[in-house]
Design a protein around this ligand. Sequence first.
Ligand SMILES: Cc1ncc(C[n+]2csc(CCOP(=O)(O)OP(=O)(O)O)c2C)c(N)n1
Ligand SMILES: [Mg+2]
Length: 288
Amino acid sequence: MAVEPKEYNLDREITWCPGCGNFAIMDTLKRTLAGLGLSPHQVLIVAGIGQAGKMGQHMKANTLHVLHGRLLPVATGAGLVNNRLKVLAIGGDGDGYAEGGNHLIHAARRNIDVTYMVHNNMIYGLTKGQASPTSTKSIKTPTTPQGNPLEGLNPITLLLGLKASFVARSFAGDKEQLRAILEKAIQKPGFAFIDILQQCPSFNKVNTFKWFKERVYDINEAGHDPSDLKEAFRVALEWGDRIPTGIFYEDPEPRPVFREAVLGGEDKPVTTSEINPLDITEIMEEHL
Ligand SMILES: Cc1ncc(C[n+]2csc(CCOP(=O)(O)OP(=O)(O)O)c2C)c(N)n1
Ligand SMILES: [Mg+2]
């Protein structure tokens, strides 16, 4: 039976500001999941702390709202014990690139079977506008009153450097592209990373919807081949008057996901496995 996007609706007050990019991202995610025939009970959303992390509170699915920056370790564990769930990790640029930066590196390296959506509004939204790792140089914020002295981090080149199995960027203002990318990412076994540029009308007055809209272009439409890692790096270095979006890199050949490395490819949830405890008596006696 076809799944309807409204099955993901929750009858609960939504606390995002009017004009927030999160509305378009959530709407697109619901349509994508329903379009793939996934029902809410088949999906787990592990959400970080921040406005982006509220996706987990505003959607009907299995959801875990975890500590700031710690969504990837939790998603790793959840996917290991129950591989029947489609695991999505959703958080902001502060959550993922600052506090959670270390986890991001190892999630990509391990190739955990998770789709990771970073809502990149280039600011700390929830805590009212402090600079994040992706904030533009010179932007004035409560933590950079003289202007941000640092260049923003480029998450795409970072993930390409880690040779993550799927590396993409989209924009909350292009629902069609976002849906096409999410569809591929969610179906892809292994770590699928999507940086989603997003306006924050309340706290980022520099990188506005209009600012993004005037700059983004689709690299795949422009002929970029996602199997070409070297070319992906070249394209990903662009940022300024033109901002590349689309799929930068996708493994040409599937590679083992973390679960296979840890559990030897056992194709069932751990909870359904027989309990077979190791006998550690000998080791214990040795140390008595
Ligand atoms: C361990 C910890 N450190 C800091 C905070 C405070 N804090 C909450 S959300 C947040 C950043 C939010 O920014 P981002 O992840 O970009 O999400 P957004 O609100 O912009 O969607 C911070 C620093 C916290 N809750 N917990
Ligand atoms: Mg943010």
